[in-house]
Design a binder for this molecule. Sequence first.
Ligand code: ADP
Length: 159
Amino acid sequence: MKIACYPGSFDPITNGHLDIIKRASKVFDEVYVTIMVNPKKKVTFSEQERKEMIESCIKDLPNVKVVIGNGLTVDFATKLNATALIRGIRAVADYEYELQQATANMMLNENIETFFFVARPEFSFLSSSVAKEIAINGGDISKFIPDAIKDRVNRELKK
Ligand code: ADP
């Protein structure tokens, strides 16, 4: 059984994240979308809120689960029995950071491989921050944020 961990902030989940989750769920037997707790990062939604939002977007994906993780990603992935980490690459800008993380994780644990999914072109500019900025300023987020959570995001963010 091939188990993968998809770590990230998901603050909140976007259509770009959801696309990666769907594609990964076809490749791996089980995918754990893992909201990594990062005390240094200023977040908009609590871990529990982010978990609920992801869960409402993946109801039709039986082999995907959402968990809240802490500590080193490779250690948390090991607790999940995962042997793969999933990350997305949108543009060259992501590459340097992702390469650094993946290499560090490789040095920390040889048994966990990082797999990169290339963003679909229509989501290659999309980040949680861009979507939030649009919502805060009253723009239409329907192309960027999954339908299941669109109203909730608008409610919480619209000025
Ligand atoms: P982190 O704080 O760990 O970067 P994010 O939630 O911003 O958390 O991103 C998690 C992962 O998903 C990262 O690998 C990121 O590159 C990827 N990702 C984010 N947005 C997109 C998108 N629109 N398309 C594809 N991958 C994405």
